[in-house]
Design a protein around this ligand. Structure first.
Ligand code: NAD
Length: 321
């Protein structure tokens, strides 16, 4: 069995590798060569932790396994560890034997950033110039860094519920050499592409904040009850997602579907656009919305990719197991 420790991931994994791994697995999901298993997520009644498993099998990429982990809200304060903790386990699909154990913390951030960036690649207008960010927490910095590589953006505009956090994303824009401007939510009408990545349970982005032709990637809603955008916005958008079942139950589409504004059949897999079986954006006036809910297959795809890189660089630890 191979071990790739968390400390090695930042030296190995690139945004490009994460993006191709995620793009490939989204395509495999749409062609039914890969499927996710039902997600387990439990409040374990200890340390206020939420713990669970996300797994699946990608027959095209021959990746079988799971990510185990969750959220320990007291970690940083009590133990000096980050609050999100996860580990990916990969198994040999031919024998069921364990193949690899891989640190999953940074990989989770990179695979999530890759999802919105793949959506921009396939759904945003080619002439997109202004990148809008709603959210400025831990994950927002990863999303913005990856997004800025998809189009020659000339400006980043940002809004956050906690304005004191805006320097987090301002710094990323500056590092990429793109000017940054803090705006209020009405100012988002200037954006050609928007990523929302917040943990809110009440919508902040309203239908009026979005102009025709915008692509919006909603990345924060991954649980029942969370909501970043007004349901009416979904009704006037063409909706894409990583996985339809998650989008309508725990993703951004849950609210529009439960209120009857949207049918399940209105939600399309982004993998179909990647495969060319869905036409994707059809006009410069269309609003496209990607509901990125986060699937286990994304974790397996980036973990398999990093194991290959670790073997090539000779840093995978081999143990007799
Ligand atoms: P974080 O705690 O670092 O940041 C939270 C963000 O939400 C900040 O911008 C904060 O200002 C904002 N926020 C908090 N309360 C708000 C409110 N009431 N209204 C509006 N904004 C508010 O968290 P993070 O790691 O950046 O994660 C952000 C979200 O993304 C979380 O909901 C997390 O579960 C989700 N997430 C999704 C995926 C996926 O695959 N889709 C992956 C990782 C994280």
């Amino acid at each position: 069995m191979l071990i790739v420790p968390e400390r090695e991931i930042s030296n190995l994994m690139t945004r490009e590798a994460a993006s191709s791994a995620v793009e490939r697995v989204f395509a495999a999901m749409a062609s039914k060569d890969a499927y996710n298993f039902p997600v387990i997520r439990e409040a374990i009644g200890h340390e206020e932790a939420l713990y669970g498993f996300k797994g699946g099998f990608d027959k095209a990429g021959m990746a079988l396994g799971l990510k185990a982990g969750g959220f320990w809200p007291n970690n940083l304060e009590k133990h000096g560890h980050i609050n999100h903790q996860s580990t990916v386990f990969l198994f040999d699909p031919d024998t069921g034997m364990v193949k690899a154990m891989v640190g999953g913390n940074l990989l989770t951030a990179l695979r999530t950033a890759a999802a919105s960036s793949v959506s921009i690649k396939h759904l945003a207008r080619q002439d997109a110039k202004v990148m809008g960010m709603v959210g400025a927490g831990h994950q927002a910095t990863f999303q913005l860094r990856a997004a800025l590589e998809q189009r020659p953006f000339e400006k980043v505009i940002g809004w956050n519920y906690h304005p004191e956090m805006l320097p987090n994303i301002e710094q990323v824009a500056e590092e990429a050499g793109v000017p940054f401007e803090a705006v209020d939510l009405d100012g988002m009408v200037e954006a050609d592409v928007i990523i929302s990545i917040t943990s809110t349970f009440a919508p902040t982005i309203m239908a009026d904040h979005i102009t025709p032709g915008t692509h919006i990637a909603c990345m924060g809603t991954d649980t029942k009850g969370k909501q970043e955008v007004e349901a009416a916005l979904l009704a006037k958008s063409t909706i894409f997602t990583d996985e339809v079942a998650q989008s309508i139950s725990i993703g951004e589409a849950q609210h529009a579907v439960s209120s009857g504004l949207l049918a399940e059949s209105d939600v399309h897999q982004i993998g179909a656009v990647i495969n060319g079986t869905h036409e994707g954006r059809t006009s410069d006036d269309e609003i496209t919305l990607f509901d990125g809910t986060g699937v286990g297959l994304q974790d397996l795809a980036v973990a398999a990719s990093v194991v290959d890189l670790a073997v090539k660089k000779g840093v995978a630890i081999e143990v007799d197991f």
